[in-house]
Design a protein around this ligand. Structure first.
Ligand code: ATP
Ligand code: MG
Length: 163
């Protein structure tokens, strides 16, 4: 279906601010004017929520979270940047494995199961997108979801021709 990305991201950022509570993270949202994606709205929402809620969960109080939706010649992109604890490079390739968590002792009291990024990867695969991760320990992390310009739209139209 046709997803209004601006509305969806505004929603998720509001929830994230509530989740942050007294930790008072500074969340900013920046989007293109025509931010539309064709896909499964509930799946996309759960993927984007996981990335944004992770940014809150793994960033200390008062930290900055920047969410940005933009398009360029390569496609459509969601960027989630945080100023959190960061991820050591040797862990990055394994983050999308089910139940994988960087530091069990450190993460345990933060209530996750380690499934979030596995779901993100699965959802992106189903939308012909992919996940990119960059991180520096002590500085923060950036996660990008990248979607092709028209694959989703073409797929969506084909789906409707078949009905
Ligand atoms: P769940 O999402 O199932 O509630 P989770 O957040 O632990 O649990 P993932 O979202 O898959 O699981 O993330 C896997 C691990 O990657 C996390 O446990 C954490 O160690 C690390 N991680 C994810 N996002 C960040 C981030 N923004 N900054 C630092 N570490 C992160
Ligand atoms: Mg998570």
């Amino acid at each position: 279906e046709r997803i209004d990305i601006i509305e969806m991201l505004q929603d998720i950022c509001e929830e994230a601010q509530i989740l942050s509570g007294e930790q008072n993270h500074h969340i900013t949202l920046e989007t293109d004017e025509d931010a539309i994606l064709y896909g499964h709205a509930e799946e996309i929402r759960s993927a984007f929520s996981n990335l944004i809620f992770n940014a809150i969960r793994y960033t200390p109080a008062e930290g900055d979270i920047n969410v940005r939706w933009y398009s360029d010649t390569n496609g459509l992109h969601l960027e989630v940047h945080d100023t959190g604890e960061g991820i050591p490079p040797e862990h990055i390739p394994r983050l999308t494995e089910r139940f994988y968590r960087v530091d069990i002792a450190r993460s345990r009291n933060r209530g996750g199961t380690g499934l979030g990024l596995a779901i993100v990867k699965h959802v992106l695969n189903r939308h012909k997108g992919h996940l990119r991760i960059a991180s520096t320990v002590g500085e923060g992390s950036t996660f990008w979801c990248e979607f092709p310009h028209d694959a989703n739209k073409a797929q969506y139209e084909r789906m409707h021709e078949m009905l």
